[in-house]
Design a protein. Structure first.
Length: 319
């Protein structure tokens, strides 16, 4: 007799982006499997190996050999965490997907709480960090600045403290899979799709081993992409700046005309000239740079390249 359960998709899929995390995979798989066995009818864990150069894929192969519920997709190179998340969602066939980091900063023991909320009917269940003290102060400063700007200019509102650690219902996954943008800011996309959402507080743990894959340079790039893909304010602001500057220039012209008529020609003014040339030159270059950033985003979309390329699969079908 054919076992129907064997071929039907499992109830829960956990998608984990991994980049050089070989040391963390064993402990993560053990804790996650224990947590899921206690609360889900059936599950699979899909690791997305984002072009790791350490023993990550060999470790995944070994884990898959012992437990076929542990599956993997391996990218042809490093495409970045945001793209790895997209691949994780693409490869999940299940009723719900849990997204989490591989470094054990997202405690697997919280996943059953997500699942409980999902069973209550929530479609977008996100973990909310109780505090950010485990992050370096400079990173928190940048994060606050970013959220301030995003709140002011972003076209979607981001729940504070929410990140990628979350559960998404099939409906939410299908909505996300229709968004094939290259400059991906997942947090924004998760907020953009809406659906019945709820936050579940959790304590961020220390990274189990290794160090963060995000340098400040990468974080700034990520923040700019995030802001630009959810706001056109940086583009539009130049119209207002331009108007203000023109009004000021007109007023100045009127003032100098009047002064020349009353007091005659007066030559000195080298300092004010050089300062204004430098200031407006800088502002023009800056606004051109902003235009360039948006054009680069458009260029990336127009090329229409695939989001990622898969080199190898363990236990998952091609999608
Ligand atoms: N990650 C990834 N591709 C990358 C960088 C990171 O898949 O290019 C994964 C990484 O393996 C981890 C998660 O994304 O599972 C979060 O990365 P990390 O812990 O370095 O970030 P942080 O916690 O400092 O934000
Ligand atoms: Mg981490």
């Amino acid at each position: 007799m054919v076992d129907i359960a064997e071929n039907s998709p499992p109830e829960i899929s956990v998608a984990v982006p991994v980049f050089n995390e070989a040391q963390n995979l064993g402990p993560l798989a053990a804790r996650l499997t224990a947590a899921l066995e206690a609360c889900a009818r059936s599950f699979e864990i899909v690791f997305v190996d984002d072009g790791s150069s350490d023993a990550t894929f060999e470790t995944l192969r070994a884990l898959n050999a012992v437990d076929p519920r542990i599956k993997a997709v391996s990218f042809s190179r490093n495409f970045g965490k945001e793209i790895a998340i997209a691949a994780g969602l693409d490869h999940a066939r299940d009723a719900a997907v849990v997204l989490m980091d591989a470094d054990l900063q997202h405690p697997p023991e919280v996943v059953p709480q997500f699942i409980a909320k999902w069973r209550e009917g929530y479609k977008n269940v996100y973990g909310v960090r109780r505090d950010r003290s485990s992050d370096p102060p400079l990173r928190n400063l940048f994060a606050n600045l970013f959220y301030g700007l995003f709140d002011r200019f972003g076209e979607t509102s981001l729940p504070r403290g929410a990140g990628d650690f979350r559960l998404l219902d099939r409906q939410a996954i299908d909505a996300l899979s229709r968004m094939r943008e290259r400059a991906r800011f997942s947090k924004g996309l998760f907020a953009w799709i809406g659906f019945k959402s709820v936050g579940v507080p959790f304590d961020v743990e220390e990274r189990a081993s290794g160090r963060s894959k995000f340098s400040y340079g990468k974080l700034i790039r990520f923040a700019l992409d995030g802001l630009m893909s959810f706001s056109s304010a940086p583009l539009k602001i130049w119209a207002y700046v331009g108007m203000g500057v023109s009004a000021f220039a007109l007023a100045m012209a009127a003032f100098y005309f009047w002064r020349t008529v009353i007091y005659g020609v007066d030559v000195p003014g080298y300092a004010s000239l050089i300062v204004s040339i430098a200031f407006f030159g800088g502002m023009q270059l800056f606004s051109l740079g902003v235009l360039g950033e948006y054009i680069a985003l458009i260029f990336a979309e127009v090329k229409g390249r695939p989001l990622y390329l898969v080199a190898e699969r363990l236990g998952v079908e091609e999608r």
